[in-house]
Design a protein around this ligand. Structure first.
Ligand SMILES: *[C@@H]1O[C@H](CO)[C@@H](O)[C@H](O)[C@H]1NC(C)=O
Ligand SMILES: *[C@@H]1O[C@H](CO)[C@@H](O)[C@H](O)[C@H]1NC(C)=O
Length: 537
């Protein structure tokens, strides 16, 4: 097995770190088995195979009269108990250990697929016909098999008036994500402008979703914030270490993290004034101002972002023209710099628009038709003008206009998608499902679907498991890819619950400190391992 790229200390620490986890997991598996047979004798709890959830384990522990878990937890720090292979502790955390092991296995799979030549690779091949055929085929399949009607009847009125944000945005994400990853798989360079628009729509959703959340729930707690960050960055952080890539290689993650942070700050600072309209207006104005100053005034960007170069620097080793390390971040973040603010504005006016729509729904039919028809007409004209005069521009020119025009297609889509009650009530559940795992499909694609073949290299080849049968190979790798991405989504959530429990700041901080210490120890250890051979030589 030939390796691309040298092994790094980070990879060694990861490997060394996973060994005790695997051992602990195997041991806990054994303990659970034993415990189960004991328990079934005592309490006839014969449900031996489904030991996945903690509550059942605790139930079993009760059956075998072990010390109550809460008491054990208090007696000594959990990390130590894990090291000492404390039986109760391992039993309690059996499912977490299993998730960690599975997570490690997935990372290894990524490494093997991407960085070794155990599996082959194939060139990308683009045919517009095939590309669109596959995409529309999927839409047709989704429509046939998973068209879902939502019944959100609000009490009182006969018609449903809820606007089903979650389902619709998830479906929207799914629709875009499929095209986005297919663009990478087939190297469909001609859809470049469309992809930029989709990314803008994701960023719009970041602003929209996060604003709605913080504005309505007013939950600025540390644990909630940490959970959000975990969701966005946990998997990518491990991918960076395991595959020796820069964070910016997965540019979607730093971008969404940054814009999420901006929304959090915008609403979190002085949040007691959020109930006043003027305060929100001032905050949104301030966001515009900050972004405009940093991105539009020459020199400010470099000054502000220079200290973060270690995190956000990136350059493609295959690129022929030399670039500064921060150019990538400048370009990516700059493209969508305003659209998240627009998402916040839309979220703020969402209730108002909803009220209008309800009123519209209740007016006489002919008037309603007339208004809707004119809205549709306006949308079509605006959308067409945008398509003709902006979208069709060549890549470079389009990019220059993108930050100021991406709101047009987004708005048109939102309006048309919601224009009638029927449209609003139906979603394609298949795309909704795919929309939930966009982050995982985004990160995974480079490693188990495409191939980069080296640190920081852009994926320009496809993974090939069935040589010479490109379409069969596409089918097989896609099935594996989507399954693994879905697993990762579940694992990220399960581990989030274990390490960043909601509303338990103390335990979370404790976890952070332990994780930091463990990481430092492991890293130092692997540095030593690395340098000993050099010193001996
Ligand atoms: C905030 O934005 C991030 C990034 O898009 C997203 O993952 C997260 O779910 C959003 N939070 C809420 C509450 O919508
Ligand atoms: C309309 O549709 C979009 C996306 O499909 C959704 O995000 C939005 O909340 C919907 N409702 C309104 C009132 O805009």
């Amino acid at each position: 097995m030939e390796n691309f790229g040298p092994i790094t200390p980070g990879q060694v620490s990861l490997l060394v770190g996973f060994v005790p986890v695997i051992v602990a997991w195997l041991y806990s598996e054994l303990l659970v088995r034993q415990n189960n047979s004991n328990a079934s004798e005592i309490s006839r709890c014969s449900d031996a195979d489904s030991v996945g959830n903690d509550s059942k384990i605790q139930l079993l522990e009760g059956g075998t009269s072990l010390t109550p878990p809460s008491e054990v937890r208090r007696s000594s720090p959990s990390f130590l108990r894990c090291l000492l292979m404390d039986k109760d502790f391992l039993l309690q955390n059996h499912s977490t250990l299993r998730s960690l092991t599975e997570f490690g296995a997935i990372l290894s799979l990524y490494y093997v697929c991407d960085r070794t030549n155990l599996f082959g690779e194939s060139d990308q091949y683009y045919s517009r016909d095939l590309f669109l055929f596959l995409y529309f085929l999927l839409i047709v399949v989704a429509a046939i098999t998973s068209l879902k009607k939502h019944q959100n009847q609000s009490p009182g009125s006969g018609k449903s008036v809820r606007y089903l944000n979650r389902d619709q945005t998830e479906e929207w994400k799914g629709l875009m994500q499929v095209l986005f990853v297919m663009y990478h798989y087939f190297g469909a360079l001609e859809t470049y402008n469309a992809i930029r628009t989709f990314i803008a729509a994701y960023v719009w959703m970041t602003g929209f979703g996060n604003f709605s959340y913080y504005y309505v729930r007013k939950d600025f707690s540390l644990s909630r914030f940490a959970q959000m960050m975990w969701r966005l960055n946990f998997f990518v952080a491990f991918c960076c270490i395991a595959l020796d890539n820069h964070y910016m290689f997965y540019y979607i993650c730093p971008m969404h993290t940054f814009f999420t942070l901006m929304v959090y700050c915008a609403l979190g600072l002085f949040n007691k004034y959020n109930k006043y309209g003027w305060a929100i207006a001032a905050k949104i104005g301030a966001c515009f101002l900050v972004i405009a100053v940093v991105w539009e005034v020459p020199g400010v960007f470099d000054f502000v972002w220079h200290p973060f170069a270690f995190l956000l620097g990136y350059s493609d080793p295959d690129e022929s023209e030399p670039h500064g390390p921060m150019d990538e971040w400048h370009y990516r973040s700059g493209l969508d710099r305003y659209i998240w603010i627009l998402g916040m504005i839309y979220a703020y006016y969402h209730p108002t628009v909803e009220r209008w729509m309800q009123k519209l729904e209740e007016t006489r039919v002919w008037l309603q038709m007339l208004i809707k028809a004119s809205i549709v007409a306006v949308c079509f004209v605006v959308g067409y003008l945008w398509y003709e005069y902006v979208f069709k521009l060549d890549r470079r020119t389009y990019i220059a206009y993108h930050p100021y025009t991406s709101w047009i297609p987004i708005t048109v889509y939102i309006v048309l998608r919601n224009i009638t009650q029927q449209f609003r009530n139906y979603t394609l559940a298949l795309f909704g499902w795919l929309g939930k795992i966009t982050l995982e499909t985004y990160i995974s694609q480079c490693h188990i679907w495409l191939r980069t073949g080296g640190p920081d290299k852009r994926a320009r080849k496809n993974l090939s498991l069935i040589p010479n049968y490109p379409m069969l190979n596409f089918l097989l790798t896609t099935a594996i890819y989507v399954t693994v991405a879905h697993r990762v989504f579940g694992l990220t959530n399960r581990l989030k619950m274990a390490f960043v429990p909601s509303g338990d700041d103390k335990r979370m901080l404790c976890n952070i400190v332990v994780a930091a210490i463990a990481a430092i120890v492991l890293y130092c250890f692997s540095l030593v391992v690395f340098n000993v051979p050099k010193m001996l030589a």
